[in-house]
Design a protein around this ligand. Structure first.
Ligand code: EPU
Length: 322
């Protein structure tokens, strides 16, 4: 269920304004909902990490265009935070600007002829439930995936039983490089296994979904099957706080199998643990620190490399000065 978290990275440029100067930055964003020192941990499924020095919430399409003009004109590095379900925030927080969408973008509405219009800030589990209710078969594969719809689009969230991209007709995208909004067709979105073609510097605003076969299968039967899948998933994945799979699966193998094989299942650093239930879930048992998760990940990386010659790659995005 690679998902659910929705981040899009801003371009790497040398800031012309001093990002440490609160005054400079707050003036730049005076027309937007701008805050300082906003704790990020509560906005992540890990519940780990420090604060964002600068934080902007976009409440409308107009806000988003204004935001793009300001960051473009001042070459500010930024990071988009979605559902926070696939990120690990540094214990010292994030110096760069963090931007997110407001609740105004959380709508889910039925359109004509089996279409659904959804805002990028809508919760992906809410969309999953909605689409199951419409008899969209693909939604069965989305079940159990956390995060917001924007991140689910970027990651083409889902499983073998269905991916979000299957039913995407178009996506409304803000290109922050030129402050223009355009509708990307299904083909332009270039959905692939756990990825898409949106690229850097984009903020996804909404999407239109369409399934010509919606309701061919009864919505009740579909929801029943989805619940059964979710039950199976719950028995193979831990309940403690995590951000899903920590490493990507290497070609032809599974990170969980490899980490278990080197004997690290249950291994602990501070209050971070390699889950007893699934070795590719590095869980937060309470007040784990990002540095504890990183220590565990480094150990797993080294052991798997020396015993199997496989170099595991992080799936979770690290945010901040790691
Ligand atoms: N395995 C072990 N030990 C473990 C865990 C797994 O030997 O501790 C073995 C299992 O026995 C099985 C194989 O590894 O033979 C695969 O395990 P599983 O079916 O749990 O799938 P996975 O490849 O580990 C992937 C996704 C998950 C998704 C599940 C189910 C990746 C990196 N992970 O896990 O997605 O939920 O399939 O569809 O693609 C996520 O991306 O955040 C995520 C949770």
């Amino acid at each position: 269920m690679s998902s659910g978290e929705s981040e899009v990275w801003g371009r790497k440029t040398t800031p012309r304004c001093n990002p440490n100067s609160f005054e400079d930055v707050s003036q730049l964003f005076s027309k937007l909902d701008y805050q300082q020192e906003v704790p990020l941990a509560p906005m992540t499924t890990y519940r780990i990490g420090g604060a964002a020095k600068h934080f902007v919430v976009l409440h409308s399409v107009e806000d988003s265009i204004h935001f793009a003009k300001v960051i473009g004109g001042n070459a500010i590095d930024w990071f988009f935070l979605g559902g926070g379900s696939n990120i690990l925030v540094h214990d010292e927080g994030v110096d760069n600007l963090v931007v997110t969408l407001g609740k105004e973008f959380a709508t889910i509405e039925n359109g004509p002829q089996n279409t659904v219009k959804v805002g990028a800030r809508a919760k992906f589990p809410a969309l999953t439930k909605h689409c199951l209710g419409l008899g969209m078969r693909s939604a069965k594969g989305w079940i159990g995936t956390p995060g917001h719809v924007g991140g689910a689009l970027v990651m083409n969230a889902g499983t073998r039983d269905g991916e979000l991209g299957d039913v995407v007709r178009s996506v409304q995208v803000l290109n922050t490089e030129n402050a223009e909004i355009s509708e990307w067709s299904h083909e332009e979105c270039a959905f692939q296994y756990r990825s898409s073609g949106f690229g850097k510097g984009k903020i996804l605003l909404s999407a239109e979904l369409y399934d010509p076969e919606a309701n061919v299968m009864s919505a009740e039967r579909l929801s029943r099957e989805a619940k059964e899948l979710l039950r199976k998933r719950h028995s193979t994945q831990p309940k403690e706080r995590s951000a899903g799979s920590l490493f990507k699966n290497p070609n032809g193998d599974h990170a969980g199998r490899l980490i278990e094989a080197v004997g690290l299942k249950g291994h602990r650093v501070g209050n971070a643990q390699i889950s007893m239930v699934h070795a590719n879930f590095f869980v937060n048992l309470g007040d784990a620190r990002a540095s504890d998760i990183v220590s565990l990940a480094n150990e797993a990386y080294q052991r798997v490399k020396s015993e199997f010659g496989v170099e595991l790659e992080w799936e979770i995005k690290r945010v901040g000065n790691f």
